[in-house]
Design a protein around this ligand. Structure first.
Ligand code: EPU
Length: 336
């Protein structure tokens, strides 16, 4: 079913809480809904607005925003070892994690409390605490707005990378994700190697699914601002992936600099939060925008900031990191 709104206030629909408007917003359930919308050419300008957790509106949107609202979760197959689960695009990601944990299914517990909807998870291959959505996603169902056909993309064709996928590139503006299928396991496979996870899990009595979910939730709550209190979109920047020689040169000057393996062995992933922090920007604010005091990767709306103010502030942060370390950090947030 389609529900349409015109000249709509986006404030409650974007976690940055910037006060912009959209000419039209369409909530849809199925691929058939999308087909009816895109028949006869479809809207000249459109984009998907899912949970609004990874988007920054810098001006009013003069096209059509498409919001998935279908929220079914269905087990397609369960052989006692693994379960294949189909999840509609409109399911809240964290509701899905709770659903899996309540059924003893492993695979996405480290992705607890990530804001956003299931249909957005493959787009930037959401990740946290040593786990990424791609580890569980088996295939993605989508509607092609150029051919008006439904398609299913196997995970291998989605070109998942660190906060990357085909949906940000070749399929951008051509496809709307309607559902995902994820493979979960009945066999315990705790991933505790990242940061404080092992200690927080041990403090709760050991590596059960429930304890891991609670530990991750607590770690996130402690570090990340609640968008209900302070508008934000999680990590505003991506962690930069640089040549090993660049990382080595920086490590010589800053031996405590965190470094992580990158998919390409000749590269190293650095922590943008650390770089911003050491560039002296953590907690820094100008006007109505600031760098979060407890996690420098996150920019916060201190109240009433416009998207334009946020992006201008973000440029200052990028500049500070560039001047201090010679490293360019890119935005993770989708800027419109
Ligand atoms: N750090 C600082 N100061 C800061 C922030 C971080 O020194 O203000 C240091 C930390 O001490 C640590 C390193 O930088 O040594 C990495 O920090 P953290 O573990 O907090 O993770 P991150 O790299 O800053 C990434 C994701 C987060 C995810 C965490 C945990 C990206 C862009 N961000 O952050 O994802 O929750 O790892 O896995 O990859 C998001 O995408 O919105 C998000 C919150």
């Amino acid at each position: 079913m389609i529900r349409e709104y015109t000249d709509i206030d986006l404030t409650p629909r974007n976690s940055f809480r910037v006060r912009q408007r959209a000419a039209r917003l369409v909530e849809f359930d199925t691929a058939d809904d999308l087909r009816s919308l895109f028949a006869d050419g479809g809207p000249a300008r459109w984009t998907v607005l899912s949970g609004g957790n990874n988007i920054l509106f810098t001006r009013d949107y003069d096209g059509v925003l498409l919001t998935p609202v279908a929220c079914g979760i269905e087990t397609l197959d369960d052989d006692g070892c693994t379960a294949l689960v189909r999840v509609d695009a409109g399911v809240e990601w964290d509701d899905l994690v709770e659903w899996a944990v309540a059924r003893g299914l492993w695979g996405i517990e480290n992705l607890s409390l990530i804001p956003g909807k299931a249909g957005a998870a493959p787009v930037q291959n959401i990740g946290a605490y040593g786990c990424e959505a791609k580890d569980a996603i088996e295939r993605v169902h989508l509607f092609r707005t150029d051919t008006l056909r439904e398609e299913t993309l196997e995970a291998a064709a989605c070109r998942f990378g660190y906060r990357e996928s085909i949906f940000k590139h070749e399929l951008r503006g051509r496809a709307v994700i309607t559902a995902i299928e994820i493979r979960l396991s009945h066999t315990a496979a705790p991933k505790l190697g990242y940061g404080d996870v092992e200690r927080e899990v041990a403090a709760r009595g050991g590596a059960t699914l429930r304890n891991i979910r609670e530990a991750i939730t607590a770690i996130r709550r402690a570090k990340l601002p609640d968008p209900a209190e302070r508008g934000n979109a999680g990590s505003f920047f991506k962690n930069p992936v640089v040549d090993r020689s660049v990382a080595d040169a920086l490590s010589d000057s800053w031996p405590d600099m965190p470094r992580y393996p990158a998919a390409d062995p000749s590269k190293v992933k650095l922590a943008a939060g650390w770089l911003i922090d050491r560039a002296g920007m953590k907690g820094y604010a100008e006007g109505r925008v600031g760098v979060h005091e407890r996690q420098a990767l996150v920019l916060v709306n201190l109240g009433g900031a416009t998207g334009g103010e946020v992006i201008a502030f973000a440029r200052r942060v990028q500049q500070a990191v560039g001047e201090r370390f010679g490293i360019a950090i890119d935005t993770e947030v989708n800027i419109l």
